[in-house]
Design a protein around this ligand. Structure first.
Ligand code: ARG
Ligand code: ZN
Length: 472
């Protein structure tokens, strides 16, 4: 989503008071033999994930029917133990679990709150690779978004004509058991099963399609690791539109049948945007890109990997550009911790200015709008400490102005080199703010890093960075 600059933006409310801790509403009793899980250690969402797990691949089979709020699935997780494991603590607020197998053998499990706890018969040694197979069927839980004060439903969402997924930050575990922290990226295989006459489309490259028994089976592969929230699946009466794009990238859009041209129009410039952003950031990280438009006119746009998710309402082309920029910053380079969210939102927002500039538009009014917006709200440094800050004005506009301050300090050529080096070095990996600062120091200078400090640490809002006066 590109945050609107005027009017009330439900996603950037500053009034919402939430604490940084994700405390389950109830603390359900644990069945005997199980212990209370500790999370992965994310500073904003400490309860999510399991620090002992490195999930390298998710193989997901999902069966669904339009208009039916029910999902039948099988998830095969390829996991490497990062520590000795006496219990596995996956996130899952999904349908009822029917069975869990560890390397093919049935094991004890318990669904407690939004966790799926699994007891291996004997402890798993650190470094061991194993698979966990989880079968489930039922209705995905209603999971509300703490980052927007509970005003948004996340995860797998059934609609009259199909379904879509909207997971950022923590909705993925409504439809598959996972280590639901962005730090733990994984590749995906998807096997989607929907009624014949319905289309299923997902993140990744379509590898197979087969029809039989009144069902259509479609497979997708995503070889590059992405954060869990960036995985998407859309089903429904969708029209797929494909065309060759620049640099061998396939362009693939999924639009609900009958979608007005005014909604599609925002995506007309995808080929040009791909070329333009590759010029600043380096090669686009995936073999395919496009958008899936949901039936829902309300949801925020989301940078789901290879297939960004949009509401069915006319959006500005710059929002399309924003989600495309996130494919580099958010999806390919994923957050090591939610507190570093500006590395996603600041970069995607700054890409909007780069694009406007490339289109010959004046950039001063954009910078002034961003700055005016920041001045209307309490200032904070860039490192987020609680869910309500993830998608606030500071993540977007202070983040973007931080990059602008850097660009003015080092000049366009070096700025481009810094951003490209950062994107290339951390492709497929998780990033923290220090990773970016290290590239700035290495290619730029210690002074360039110092330019960024007041933006990062705050809370006071530094003056709007100004371009040096042109020599005449
Ligand atoms: N990352 C999305 C974007 O800026 C915004 C997601 C908002 N999500 C939310 N749960 N409020 O493109
Ligand atoms: Zn964004």
């Amino acid at each position: 989503l590109a945050l609107v600059l005027t009017g009330a933006c439900a996603l950037a409310q500053t009034g919402a008071q939430t604490t940084g801790m994700q405390v389950p509403a109830t603390s359900p009793a644990l069945p005997t033999g199980f212990t209370a899980p500790s999370g992965y250690g994310d500073s904003v969402y400490p309860a999510l994930g399991d620090a002992g797990l490195d999930v390298t691949h998710y193989d997901l089979s999902l069966r669904s029917d339009p208009g039916v709020d029910r999902l039948t699935g099988r998830a095969v997780l390829s996991i490497v133990a990062r520590q000795t494991l006496s219990q596995l603590n996956l996130d899952f607020a999904g349908p009822q679990v029917l069975g869990v197998k560890l390397d093919g053998k049935a094991v004890r499990h318990a669904q407690v709150g939004e966790k799926l706890l699994v007891l291996p018969p004997v402890s798993i040694a650190s470094g061991t690779a194993f698979t966990l197979t989880v079968s489930y069927s039922g209705t995905p839980a209603l999971h509300l978004d703490a980052s927007s004060g509970g005003g948004l439903r996340l995860g797998w969402i059934a609609q009259a004509g199909g379904s879509y997924v909207l997971s950022e930050p923590d909705g993925a575990h409504t439809f598959f058991p996972c280590n639901d922290v962005p730090a733990d990226g994984a590749s995906y295989s998807l096997h989607l099963n929907v009624p014949a006459g319905t289309t299923a489309v997902a993140s990744g490259v379509q590898t197979r399609q087969q029809t039989g028994g009144g069902r259509v089976y479609t497979d997708f592969q995503l070889a590059q690791p992405i954060p869990t929230y960036a995985l998407t699946v859309h089903t429904g009466h969708l029209q797929l539109q494909t065309q060759p794009g620049p640099a061998g990238i396939a362009i693939r859009n999924a639009f609900p049948v009958g979608l007005p041209g005014t909604v599609r129009a925002a995506f007309d410039q995808t080929p040009a945007m791909l070329g333009f952003l590759a010029g600043w950031f380096g090669p686009y990280p995936y073999p395919v890109y496009g958008v899936a438009v949901s039936e829902d006119p309300q949801l925020p746009a989301l940078e789901t990997a290879t297939l960004s998710t949009f509401p069915s309402r006319p959006e500005a082309p710059v929002t399309a550009l924003h989600e495309l920029a996130h494919q580099w910053f958010g999806d390919d380079l994923r957050l090591g911790d939610w507190s570093d969210i500006w590395l996603n939102e600041g970069f995607a927002t700054y890409a909007e200015l780069l694009w406007a500039e490339g289109q010959g538009e004046a950039t001063a009014p954009i910078l002034e709008r961003w700055y005016a917006r920041l001045k209307r709200e309490p200032a904070r440094g860039l490192i987020a400490t609680e869910p309500a800050q993830l998608f606030d004005a500071s993540s977007y506009f202070r983040g973007a102005l931080t990059l602008h301050a850097l660009r003015l300090k080092v000049g366009d050529d070096l700025f481009r080199q810094i951003v490209r080096t950062y994107a290339a070095r951390f492709s497929g990996r998780s990033v923290r703010t220090t990773d970016f600062l290290n590239v700035v120091r290495e290619l730029g200078s210690a002074a360039a890093v110092e330019t960024l400090r007041p933006w990062l640490t705050g809370p006071a809002l530094p003056p709007l960075p100004e371009a040096p006066l042109a020599q005449s």
